[in-house]
Each structure stands twice: as C-alpha cells, then as structure tokens.
Design a protein around this ligand. Structure first.
Ligand code: FAD
Length: 525
C-alpha cells in the first residue's frame, strides 16, 4: 500500500474544510440576515419596512420579523426553509407563511423570524381543467379566493365550498378548515381539495394527495401551518349558477329556529346555503334589511319591533339560472311553507352569484369608510355539539350576551359526515355540530360594552361556562397559550398523532410559531 496521491490529499482537505463550514453553520447562534442575503433566489428578502408583517386582522398582537421573503418561485421557499433547517438547533430562526394576514392572534407572524409573503408567488399558475366529469383548478396557495372565483367563472365553473369572506388566501383557509353555509352539503374547503404541493420543515418539496404521501396531505389540511407550507392546491369545481335568491326570516323561539335549521341541513331537497344569526337588542333591524331586501309583507313587517328582544335569523339561498326562475320560486315557497318562522319577517333579495359570495367585501367597504375595519377584532369561534346547543344558547345568549351591536353572531349547524377525520381539524364528537361565531370589533379606548376589555371578559365567561358545563365544545381558529391547553384541545389520541406528524415533517419546529403549539428548542452544542 503506497501514500495517497497529491490530488486525493487535496480532496480530503477540501472535504474537511466543507465539514467545518457546515458545522459552523449548524452551531451559529446568531440569526444572520447576511446568510439570508447570500441565498440565490428568484425573489428577494426585505429587512426593513416590514411593519405590515407584524399586523393581522385581529390587531392585538404585533411581532416584528427579522425578514420578509417575497418569493417568486416554490424553489425560493424551499431554499429558505432548507437554509434554516441546515442551521440546525443552534439557530432560533423560525418561518411563518403569511397569506392575507387575516389571522386574529398573531398566527401569521413570527418574532424576529422569517415571514414568507405567499401572495408574491403570483397568479400565472392558476389553471382551470374543464375536461371530464370532475373539473378542478390548480392554484398557488397565496391566491385570494376572490381571484379563484373570477378566474373559474370564465369557464362557467366555481369552487363548491366557501368562507363568508373571499379576500383571504387558499393556503390560509386550508390551514384552518374553511367553513360557510355550503359546508352542510359539501363539507368545509378542506374536504374539497384533491392534491397539494407542500414544502416541509426540512425544505423538501412534496406532492401529496389521498393516494400519494397521504399522511402529509391529511396532516396539512387544518394543520395550522405546522407541517409544511402549502404552495399549490388542486380544488374541486362545479358548474357555477348565475343568480341567487337570498332569504332571511326571524324566529323568537330558539328551539324552533334550530329545529328548522337541522331539518334543512338533513333534507334531500333543500337550500344551497344555510346559515343563521343571533340578534339581541338591535334597533330598527328590519329597516336596515330593507336597504337590500324586499319584505314579503311590507305592512306587517313595519310593525315588527326588534328592540329589547333576542331573535334568531335564518339565512338561506337558492341558486338558479334566469331561465328557471319560476320553478325555483315554487321550490322555495314549498320549502318555506314547512318552516315556523315569524311570517311578517320574510325578506327576499335577488343578486348575482358573485355579489352573494363576495357579500362581506361590500360590508368591508362600508366599515372601512367608518374607520371600523382596522379596529381590534376579539373574535371567538366555537364548534358546539348538537345535543348541547340548547343549554349553550339559554346561558350564553340569555345571560352573558348583552347585545349584538358590535358585529354579527353567527350560528348554523353542519354535518360531520362531510368532514374527513384523517385531517388535522379538531371537531366535537357528535354527527351534527354548530358553528357559533362572535365576530366583534372593539373600541380599544372605550370602557363600555363595545370596549376591548369588556368583550374579552365576555369571551372568557363563555369559555368558562363551556368548560364548567362539560359541553364538549371545540374552538375553531383556535387560540391557546400553553401546550397543556393545546393538548386538551386535541385530546390524547389526536394530540399524539399531531406531535408525531410534527416530528416527521418539521422536527426542529421551524414553522408557524405564532400558534404557540411547539417551541423551537435552541441548543448551543
Ligand atoms: P393568514 O392569516 O395569513 O394565515 C393563517 C394561518 O395559516 C397562519 O398560521 C399561517 O402561517 C398559515 N398559512 C397561511 N398560508 C399558508 C400556507 N400557504 N401554507 C401553510 N400555512 C399557511 N374562516 C372560515 O372558515 N369561514 C369564514 O366564513 C370566515 N370568514 C372570515 C371573515 C373575515 C372578515 C375574516 C378576517 C376571516 C374569516 N375567516 C373565516 C377566517 C379565515 O379563514 C382565517 O383567518 C384564515 O387564516 C385567513 O386567511 P389568510 O390568508 O389571511 O391567512
């Protein structure tokens, strides 16, 4: 055996120095913006003027990032995550995807971490596939749902399941669930996705679906951004109707209201959208409705008094194309005749499908004009088992809620059979459960019932009651501050599965720290 040749010797030296550089990178404890600047990207980082990334719709939490990545390709996202992954546990850098930043408690923020501005990914990738019986659209996850709607409508198609507000991103709602009045029939948005492209916490780009990498696919849906960043989604479409008949009626009896809602969500022939609202102590309610709805009994409806009362509004729609308007009117009359609302409170309107789906944006414009859109939003969203909704209502709407003047309180049932229990979404135990959403804006300087402190105290009273009465309620868009609380939210079996997925796909806990579920462990050795 002879000595190694000079070239082999230099190769060994080179390899050794590479290992030293790699180790140095691994144990660096300083979050270095210079190492980010050195990354070769199609897009770019910004290190200043990133205040927007320390804000969200909730407007109560403000965590300032080290940097914002404006990616121009999926490779940019993968390279950034891989870089942080390779820095190892010696670095405290974290990464959060920011969709449209409409979270409520800092979930799309990252203190001194990296924010990935998903909206920069661009829309040129949006492709509608019309062939066959099951049309679909491939979209970038940073796309707003309103854009998806407009693009798919060009082909006479639209997604099946919606949120009430469309100026939020595909990735943002798929990370939660995406629930609205169509969910009783089609399930939430996470039940209407065929395939995803995901960048994991190790920087790997993975395609996943029911057939391929199914565990990641199910984990990411409702996964609160914990297992990977969704970069693309394939969303199921259906033929889009042109018009909507939009109907509101009132009840004073909560039992009759929920009995009718439940009848409607289980009926074969029913409405296409079913929601509801709690209305307490509202002045001139029907006069407000008159701006966009027509009373079916103008004389009687004028006499109706809403002030000082607790009322329940059933809101439903039937979609149609102009040529079947008459048939639809008859169908609606047939369905309404089986309900027990207060007859003088029947109001109807006819609008385009887009106008109906984008209805909250119309309210946004008005609220912005009044300076109410950018106020703090101490929202509380609960999922309540059907068998407990009466006791929830009698205590919460009867004793805790004083009025509904600071924003709507939504209430409607959905069928659990339309949800896939392999996803990460956490649901109550029963086959039917109610979504109850207290969607308030708060005046930060007021000491009254519209003040932030008052509303936060009210929310806490509601949560305390649910816990004390063992109602089996789950939070939607959940917010907790300790891992104990998260563990209780998931329950032992689902928590174990959630932790297992975290260690498989984001073992260093780099992703989405704003939920405070996992904390990146920093080690210096
Ligand atoms: P962001 O706030 O930017 O992000 C939310 C979370 O998802 C963060 O943890 C973020 O890190 C993560 N995330 C974002 N993008 C990705 C991605 N591509 N991959 C992985 N993780 C990602 N929800 C309903 O279900 N039904 C409704 O009817 C409804 N109505 C709403 C009305 C209004 C006015 C508002 C403000 C919100 C409403 N929501 C509703 C809640 C909404 O679905 C969530 O707040 C959603 O997260 C907002 O999307 P976003 O794009 O702003 O997400």
């Amino acid at each position: 055996m002879g000595y190694p040749s000079t070239s082999v010797f230099f190769t060994i030296i080179l390899l050794a120095s590479c290992i030293i550089i790699e180790l140095d990178l691994c144990f660096s404890t300083v979050p270095s913006s210079s190492s980010l600047k050195a990354l070769r990207l199609d897009g770019h980082f910004t290190f200043e003027n990133n205040e927007f990334a320390a804000r969200d719709f909730g407007n109560r939490y403000h965590f300032h990032p080290l940097a914002v990545l404006h990616p121009k390709s999926v490779a940019d996202i993968a390279a950034t995550i891989k870089h942080v992954w390779q820095m190892g546990p010696g670095s405290d850098l974290t990464i959060t995807a920011r969709g449209h930043g409409h979270s409520l408690q800092g979930q799309s923020q990252s203190q001194q971490g990296i924010i990935i501005s998903m909206e920069s990914l661009g829309r040129h990738e949006l492709r509608v596939h019309t062939a066959g019986d099951s049309p679909f659209v491939d979209v970038c996850a940073g796309e707003l749902w309103i854009t998806v709607l407009h693009e798919t409508l060009k082909h006479g198609l639209a997604p099946k399941s919606w949120t009430d507000y469309l100026h939020i991103t595909v990735g943002g709602t798929l990370s939660n669930a995406g629930i609205s009045g169509q969910a009783f029939r089609h399930g939430p948005q996470i039940s209407n996705v065929h395939q995803l492209e995901v960048v994991t916490g190790k920087g790997e780009v993975v395609n996943c679906s029911e057939e391929q990498n199914a565990d990641l696919f199910h984990g990411v849906l409702g996964g609160l951004g914990q297992f990977g960043i969704i970069t693309k989604a394939r969303i199921s479409l259906e033929p889009a109707p042109k018009m909507v008949k939009w109907i509101r009626v009132l009840y004073s009896d909560f039992f009759a209201f929920t009995r009718d809602q439940e009848k409607l969500i289980s009926a074969e022939k029913t409405f296409d959208y079913i929601e509801g609202m709690v209305i307490k102590n509202r002045k001139g309610l029907l006069n407000n409705w008159r701006v966009s709805f027509d009373p079916q009994d103008p004389v009687q409806s004028k006499e109706f008094v809403s002030e000082g009362r607790t009322l329940y509004c059933l809101e439903v729609t039937k979609t149609f194309n102009p040529e079947n308007s008459d048939t639809i009117t008859q169908e609606i009359e047939g369905m309404l005749s089986q309900l027990s609302y207060i007859p003088s409170t029947l109001f109807m309107s006819e609008v385009s499908y887009v106008e109906f789906l984008d209805r909250v944006h119309a309210s946004e414009i008005k609220l912005r004009e009044k300076g109410l859109w950018d106020l703090p939003h101490p929202w509380l969203n609960l999922l309540i088992p059907r068998s407990k909704i009466q006791s929830f209502a009698s205590h919460v709407f009867g004793n805790i809620l004083t009025d509904t003047n600071n924003g709507p309180v939504l209430i409607y049932p959905v069928n659990k059979s339309k949800w896939d229990n392999r996803t990460s979404a956490v649901l109550p135990e029963e086959d039917v459960f109610y979504q109850v959403a207290f969607l308030y804006h708060a005046n930060p300087t007021s000491n009254g019932t519209d003040g932030l402190e008052h509303i936060l105290t009210q929310n806490q009273k509601i949560l305390d009651f649910c816990e004390a009465a063992h109602l089996g309620v789950k939070q939607y868009l959940p917010h907790y501050v300790t891992q104990e609380q998260w563990r209780a939210h998931f329950g032992p079996r689902r928590w174990e599965a959630f932790v297992q997925r975290k260690s498989a796909y984001d073992p260093l806990s780099i992703l989405a720290p704003g939920h405070r579920i996992f904390h990146k462990e920093i080690s210096s050795s």
